[in-house]
Write a protein that binds this ligand. Structure first.
Ligand code: C5J
Length: 221
């Protein structure tokens, strides 16, 4: 049955049976010291704030029987799916594919590529491995959503202005109605987080809606 969540710029109406929660890239490589995020010069502790809200969103979505999808950014061991331009732009000291304390940086199957323990996918929940920032690029996400009749997405994860935003923009152009869960997203740059959220709901909701886990949880009860 359709429900409506208070959101900006106005209520976000969706049918939980036709909606999915997508949790973007809550991986050790972005959230823990020694991974990709830190190799790029970031303070990774800034992303920890999103873990609790992501967990709350997962609990609410699972209890409501909603589809839950996780994504992971990373590359094949031979880096054949990593554009040279992306590898060259990663930190000169430790680049994508280089060894680090959590294994090879941003490489599938390495410890750093795993989703943080608190947000581990449950058996049966799809995990999308993506080589890019957007979860639709070079992945099976779109057919997966279409085959299940999904038309609305609730989006959480990191980082707000990079992989969350890129995925949101891809989804918006494909006709999905999207709401970002503000407290379940985070950035290494708090000002980018705030501005990225404003970009979503400005201009009458040009990319979608912004809400939070408390409002989602209350609406799904
Ligand atoms: C980045 C991401 N920031 N998951 N990836 O490189 O946002």
């Amino acid at each position: 049955m359709p429900i409506a969540i208070p959101a900006e710029p106005f209520d976000f109406a969706f049918d939980p049976a036709r909606a999915a929660l997508i949790v973007i890239d809550m991986q050790r490589d972005f959230l823990e010291p020694g991974g990709f995020g830190e190799a790029l010069g970031n303070d990774v502790s800034l992303l920890a704030a999103a873990i609790g809200p992501c967990r709350a969103a997962l609990d609410a979505a699972r209890a409501a029987g909603m589809l839950v999808i996780h994504t992971r950014e990373g590359h094949r061991a031979d880096l054949s799916d990593a554009p040279p331009a992306k590898v060259q732009r990663s930190a000169p000291s430790r680049r994508i594919g280089d060894p680090g304390p959590m294994g090879r940086i941003l490489v599938r199957g390495e410890p750093g590529h795993e989703i943080v323990a608190d947000l581990a996918p449950l058996p049966g929940e799809p995990v999308i491995d993506k080589p890019g920032k957007g979860a639709f690029y070079a992945t099976e996400l779109e057919p997966m959503l279409r085959h299940r009749g999904i038309d609305a997405l609730l989006i959480a994860g990191v980082t707000t202005e990079v992989c969350v935003h890129t995925t949101l923009r891809e989804a918006n152009d494909r006709g999905f109605r999207c709401a970002v869960l503000a407290d379940a997203c985070a950035s290494y740059f708090p000002e980018f987080h705030a501005m990225a959220l404003r970009m979503v709901s400005a201009q009458g909701g040009i990319f979608g809606w912004v809400t939070d886990t408390a409002r989602l949880g209350a609406a799904l009860q």
